[in-house]
Ligand binder design. Structure first.
Ligand code: AMP
Ligand code: FE
Ligand code: FE
Ligand code: ZN
Length: 283
């Protein structure tokens, strides 16, 4: 019963429509998937309808941008109230800041001799989508500056690049509390993915657990053997469950649906812990 709890559509930086993500999941034999776009729940309705049509279960979710001490942390929130005022305000702030940050990154690239316009970037995104560096990457590919998203990140867009600009995100401990207050179940995404950017130490994860964190996404392609063992031990010590997911972004990343999966007993815990009234969509 393959369960994949982390996927993206073009409501953020994935390349497929929400309905296409669900149809792909069905084709790959998944029984359950979570749609977890960055800082938006805009894909939920379309994905829910597609889930009913395709006979897969959909867990409505979101991947919230947060930080701690300047280090970016992605927080998955499952079955959260999408209308919760405090949480939606934070996500709206993050999305607005992502828009202005995109303009600043484009300006820096242009100053650095890599001519690209904000219009070219916006052409790569669905109107209203949460903008992210993958959209700049796609514009750089379209303009012939790089061959793919990977090359764009490695050479120009990584978080130590001179062209990198941060965007607003709430502190992670506040975000964990907001997700719980909105009836959702918070899980730390790819906690040890230190090849993609800076990560926090275990003491921060310990504080997150004290603030109400439910789980750690241990089985993820950015974690190798030692990190998986460490994640399992840490989760055990802090009383957290562990999840596994693909972090599928369509054609934008190599990640394939169902390449890492979550135990059905963990999904049951997520459903038990949620208090928002939002439920898994299944026939
Ligand atoms: P941002 O949200 O603007 O900070 O950009 C981060 C997003 O870029 C994450 O959601 C990743 O999925 C994506 N990303 C990071 N590194 C790569 C890469 N090498 N290739 C494709 N996408 C990437
Ligand atoms: Fe992404
Ligand atoms: Fe992430
Ligand atoms: Zn993700």
């Amino acid at each position: 019963m393959p369960i994949d709890l982390h996927t993206h559509s073009n409501a953020s930086d994935g390349t497929l429509d929400p309905a296409e993500v669900v149809a792909e999941a069905a084709r790959h034999g998944l029984t359950t998937l979570a749609l977890t776009d960055h800082d938006t729940t805009a894909g939920w309705d379309e994905a829910g309808e597609a889930a009913l049509r395709n006979g897969v279960a959909l867990v409505p979710g979101v991947e919230i941008s947060t930080h701690h001490g300047g280090v970016s942390i992605h927080l998955l929130a499952y079955l959260v109230d999408p209308a919760d005022p405090a949480l939606t305000e934070e996500m709206e702030r993050a999305r607005a800041s992502r828009d202005t940050r995109m303009e600043r990154m484009v300006a820096k690239l242009a100053e650095g001799g890599i001519p690209i316009t904000i219009e070219e970037v916006l052409e790569q995104a669905t109107p209203g989508a949460t903008l992210g560096r993958p959209h700049i990457a796609d514009a750089l590919v379209a303009a012939g500056h790089v061959r793919g998203r990977n090359e764009a990140f490695d050479e120009l867009l990584h978080d130590r690049s001179p062209y990198y600009v941060r965007h607003y995100a709430p502190d992670v401990l506040r975000a964990v509390r907001l997700v719980r207050a909105a009836g959702g179940v918070p899980v730390m995404a790819h906690p040890f993915a230190n090849r993609r950017g800076r990560t926090v130490g275990d003491e921060v994860i310990e504080q997150m657990a004290a603030a109400g964190l439910a789980g750690l996404e241990v089985y993820h392609r950015d974690h190798f053997g030692p990190e998986r063992l460490h994640g399992e031990a840490l989760a055990d010590r802090l009383g957290l469950f562990v999840t596994g997911s693909s972090d599928f972004h369509g054609a934008g990343k190599e990640n394939r649906l169902g390449e890492n999966t979550t135990d059905p007993a963990v999904l049951a815990q997520i459903e038990e812990q949620a208090t928002s009234g939002v439920t898994v969509v299944r026939r």
